[in-house]
Write a protein that binds this ligand. Structure first.
Ligand SMILES: C[S@@+](CC[C@H](N)C(=O)[O-])C[C@H]1O[C@@H](n2cnc3c(N)ncnc32)[C@H](O)[C@@H]1O
Length: 271
């Protein structure tokens, strides 16, 4: 026995119940309104969590990151849909609670959590970003969010991004407080002058809204019915509908008019 003092200690602790207690001691239960680093903890109602995931159209191919993940409910709900999901949460006990909930539901492989400050964390891998923070924190994060890969989907419980208007907002029924989800798709950066076989077009951009004109020789035609959704662009100019995909300083796709159908490719000559 003396050759195994650790075993002896463990056996005696098990006998007193101390070992069992430390091994299984649950993390403390959170209280709504408890302090967080920059935001208190208030959970998103489950009905809105599901709506946020619906709005973001999450699939098993996505990687969702919840900034300030609280008790882990959004991450776990996404993992239940087959999505790989990750929560970034400053409060150690909330991280422990989230990991325990994921383990209990056998989701630990898809639902992971980091104990970290969201302002010091890299979330650039996310294809879907979820938030329930505060208006001013959304605004601090906005430049970083706008620099994410075009097409990244962002959903915020209740709080907006000011003049970056949501692509869609939905309020759910059967919900008492914090019942509205706002949804954005990170737009490609398309502002500038673009040259293509038919001439040049110039675009100005405010988030997902674009305006501009087509210049062909001495002629100029306004761009109408313009639409930018992630990296997908479409607009009409001089009776031709252009649809395509933006990739950095190149965009290309198909064009159609009453007389013709074809393809186009443009490169940016100035920003
Ligand atoms: C309003 S709660 C939202 C919780 C969860 N996302 C949800 O929707 O149920 C905000 C969470 O952010 C956490 N938090 C606050 N400041 C943070 C920071 N700088 N880094 C990481 N987490 C933070 C808080 O501890 C809290 O759990």
């Amino acid at each position: 026995m003396l050759r195994c003092p650790l075993l002896l200690l463990a056996l005696s602790l098990m006998g007193t119940g101390v070992y069992a207690q430390t091994r299984t001691a649950p993390p403390p239960q959170p209280k709504i309104g408890q302090a967080g680093k920059d935001v208190v903890w208030v959970p998103t109602p489950d009905v809105l969590v599901e709506k946020m995931l619906d709005l973001a159209m999450v699939t098993a191919q996505d990687y969702l990151i919840d900034l300030g993940s609280g008790d882990g409910r959004t991450v776990i709900a996404a993992a239940k849909r087959g999505t790989r999901a990750h929560g970034i949460e400053y409060n150690r006990d909330m991280v422990a609670l989230s990991r325990q909930a994921a383990a209990t539901q056998r989701l630990s492989d898809r639902a992971t959590f980091a104990e970290a400050d969201l302002f010091r964390s890299d979330f650039s891998d996310a294809t879907v970003l979820t938030l329930f923070l505060l208006p001013e924190i959304n605004m601090q994060l906005r430049p970083k969010i706008l620099a994410l890969k075009p097409g990244t989907r962002v959903v915020s419980n209740t709080f907006t991004m000011q003049d970056w208007e949501p692509d869609e907002s939905v309020t759910v029924a059967d919900c008492q407080v914090y019942c509205t989800a706002h949804f954005w798709i990170v737009p490609a950066q398309v502002e500038g002058t673009w040259r293509f076989a038919g001439g040049e077009f110039s675009l100005t951009q405010q988030f997902q809204r674009i305006r501009g004109a087509l210049l062909s020789g001495a002629n100029s035609a306004p761009i109408t019915n313009a639409r930018l959704r992630g990296d997908q662009i479409a607009f009409t100019a001089a009776g031709v509908r252009y649809s395509g995909r933006v990739d950095g300083d190149t965009m290309q796709g198909t064009l159609s008019s009453q007389e013709s159908l074809g393809s186009w490719r443009a490169t940016r000559t100035s920003r």
